[in-house]
Structures are given as C-alpha cells and as structure tokens.
Design a protein around this ligand. Structure first.
Ligand code: BYC
Length: 329
C-alpha cells in the first residue's frame, strides 16, 4: 500500500490492484452479512479494531478472575466453593479462546500480554472495583455476567469468524455464571435480615459500574459507528445498556430487592428503558488506570505471570524436544 495526497490535501492510502480486489471482496462479504476469516484480505483498520477489542476482552477475562478468586477460600460451603472455582476456571478458558482469536489477526500472544502487564492495554472497568462481601459474588454473577451476556450475544454474529465462534461458547458459559450469581442473591434475599442487607448493599455498589461496562455514551464512543458498519458491533453502547436495564428491572422483583436508580422507567413512547445519568468522569478515571483497584489488579497479574515463568519454560523446552525428535525421525 502506498500513499498520496487526496483532493483535500490529506494523505490517503493508495491500494495496489490486489488490495483493491481484496477490498471489493471484503465489502461484498460485509454487505452479505457473511464472515471474514483469517486467510482473507482485510483493511488494516478492521484488523486493528478487532485486535484491540478482542485483546481487551481477553485481558478482561483474565483480570476478571481476581475479584472472585479472592473469595474461593471464603465461600460459605463446599458446594459454593466448587461452583465458584469452576466459574473462575471458565474465565481463564474464555481468556484463552480470545487470545487465540486475537492471534489469528497477526499479533502474537506475548505481545498482547506485554501490553496488559505494562498497563498500556485496557480491560473492562468493572474489575477495578473491590469485591467486599460474599454477596458481591452474587452481584458479580448476576449483574456483571448479565451485562457481559447482553453485550456478547450480539458478538456471536460478529463478522470476524474466530471471534464470533469463540463468543458462542463464552455466552453459554456466561449464562450459567449469571444463574449462579442470581441464585446466591436469591438465597441471601430470603435469609436473615443481615443477609438481605448484604445482598442489597452488593447490588447498590455494582449497579452503576455494571452499566458502565457497555462503554461510554454513544455521543462519546469513537469506535462504535465504524464497528457497526463492519458488523463487529450490532448495537450501540446505549442501546445495549438500556436493554440490559430492562432485563434486570424485572429480575430484581423476583429477588425482592431494589435497583439503586430512582429514575428507572420504561418509556412507552420510545419503547426504551430510561435509567439515571452515570458518572462518566469516574468511568474515565477508572479506564485511565485510576480506579479503586487498578494498581492492585495489575500488580497481582504481574506476580502471577512471573511465578508462571517455569511453566512457560518447561512447555517451550518440551516443544523444542518434540520438534527435534520429529526432525530426526
Ligand atoms: N472498560 O468507542 P468505544 C466478562 C474503552 S469480561 C474499559 O465505545 P468500543 C467477565 C474502549 O476500549 C467483559 N474500557 O469502544 C469476565 C475504547 O478505548 P481505546 C469484557 C472501555 O470498543 C470475568 C474507549 O473506551 N467484555 O464478561 O467500540 C468475570 C472508547 O469506547 C470500556 C468485552 O470486552 C469499559 N467498560 O466499545 C465476569 C466485550 N468501554 O481502545 C465477567 C467486548 C469502553 O480507544 N468489547 N472502553 O483506548 C466490546 O463490546 C466493546 O469493546 C465495548 C466498547 C462495548 C466494551
């Protein structure tokens, strides 16, 4: 690809004939709402956007293991402990599918990992809030995994094949996660007064951060419109946020608890749910690295990575040995 000045004097990319052919094929695949695969030609912007989104998503799964892993040893029963361990392991698995999907776009996993450890890469804002009580395991499952499902089900139809396919399995597992979170809250809500209070307190603290998971308002979302044209995102951040609010507004009634949102209502005229204004200054601070737990989460990840060095070395040595064996044979 070369570059030349366009009519406005800006530097515009000039495509070679092969790239023009690739672009035409790419446009046709997107117009047919079909899938782009790793071997296909794709515009650099598409590759970059997907690498960014998928790797941020992978990092979120890996960092997202921490708030819950901290509660494994404090789970109130053996059954709860086994369920929580399985959930945290699922999240590790999601991270692996997603790093694999991101790698098919050409950036190796150790580069992506380095971006996370150096603090350069983003991961979901939600994981920079502390998990203070057992009820938070319920609120995380119900609200955080619930928001994740609302966001990720449309991603199963993302135009990039490896991402869409990874999302199918992730969503199935997230559904189980949400149900277990809801069930924790249900049990607490029907327990003692203190347990009910603990469940309500967890919902009060996680409601706003869970709504922020959908990203900034549409008016302040630089990537949304292009990602929607490329059939990566199917709905805007605000659209998914209000849908999610509608779901939990009904579910919270079953719990006999409330959402901390006096403005919450269904607007008959627009057919949309209206929720309170969120604190976007706080959101920006959290994604810039200044949330309550950002430093702690990254430090824990760095320690875990360095403690796992021997596993990577052993795996690399084994792979090398096997490769030599094949050469000799
Ligand atoms: N937190 O133009 P926008 C899980 C960034 S894990 C942090 O709207 P986009 C789970 C955004 O990256 C759930 N950063 O961007 C795991 C961009 O920054 P850059 C994770 C955020 O990409 C364990 C800038 O703000 N889910 O489920 O079109 C236990 C402008 O935003 C956030 C995913 O990753 C945020 N909340 O839309 C339990 C889903 N929001 O790159 C559960 C896949 C925005 O320009 N990702 N930013 O520096 C997506 O669907 C989209 O990337 C987003 C944002 C909707 C998140």
């Amino acid at each position: 690809m070369g570059a030349q000045n366009d009519a406005g004097g800006h530097l515009a990319a000039v495509l070679t004939p092969e790239e023009q052919e690739g672009q035409a094929r790419f446009d046709a695949v997107i117009a047919q709402d079909s899938r782009i695969e790793p071997r296909d030609w794709m515009p650099e912007g598409y590759r970059k956007t997907l690498t960014r989104q998928i790797s941020q998503h992978a990092h979120s799964e890996i960092i997202g293991m921490q708030p819950e892993a901290n509660w494994i040893t404090r789970a109130p029963s053996l059954k709860r402990k086994a369920i929580l361990m399985a959930k945290v392991q699922d999240e590790a698995g999601h991270g692996l599918y997603l790093y694999s999907a991101a790698e098919t776009l050409g950036t190796p996993r150790d580069v992506l990992n380095e971006q996370l450890l150096s603090g350069k890469a983003k991961y979901s804002s939600i994981f920079n809030y502390p998990a203070r009580s057992w009820a938070d395991m319920g609120a995380i499952g119900w609200l955080v995994d619930g928001a994740a499902i609302a966001n990720q089900v449309p991603l199963c139809r993302a135009s990039y094949g490896p991402y869409g396919r990874a999302m199918v399995r992730v969503c199935k597992e997230e559904s189980f996660h949400q149900r277990q979170g809801f069930e924790i809250l249900l049990e607490l809500a029907h327990g003692t007064e203190a347990q009910k209070k603990m469940a309500q307190d967890a919902i009060n603290r996680f409601y706003d951060p869970a709504l922020m998971m959908f990203g900034p308002p549409d008016s302040d979302s630089p990537h949304s419109s292009q990602s929607m044209l490329w059939n990566i995102k199917r709905f805007s951040n605000d659209e998914l946020r209000q849908r999610f609010v509608g779901m939990i507004a009904e579910q919270v009634k079953v719990l006999g608890l409330t959402l901390p949102d006096p403005e919450l209502r269904f607007d008959e005229e627009t057919g949309k749910w209206i929720h309170k204004e969120l604190d976007w200054v706080e959101f920006k601070a959290v994604i810039a690295g200044n949330g309550p737990c950002n430093a702690q989460r990254l430090e824990r990840r760095r320690v875990a990575h360095s403690e796992g060095a021997w596993v990577r070395e052993a795996a690399a040595a084994y792979a090398e040995k096997m490769a030599r064996k094949t050469e000799v044979a």
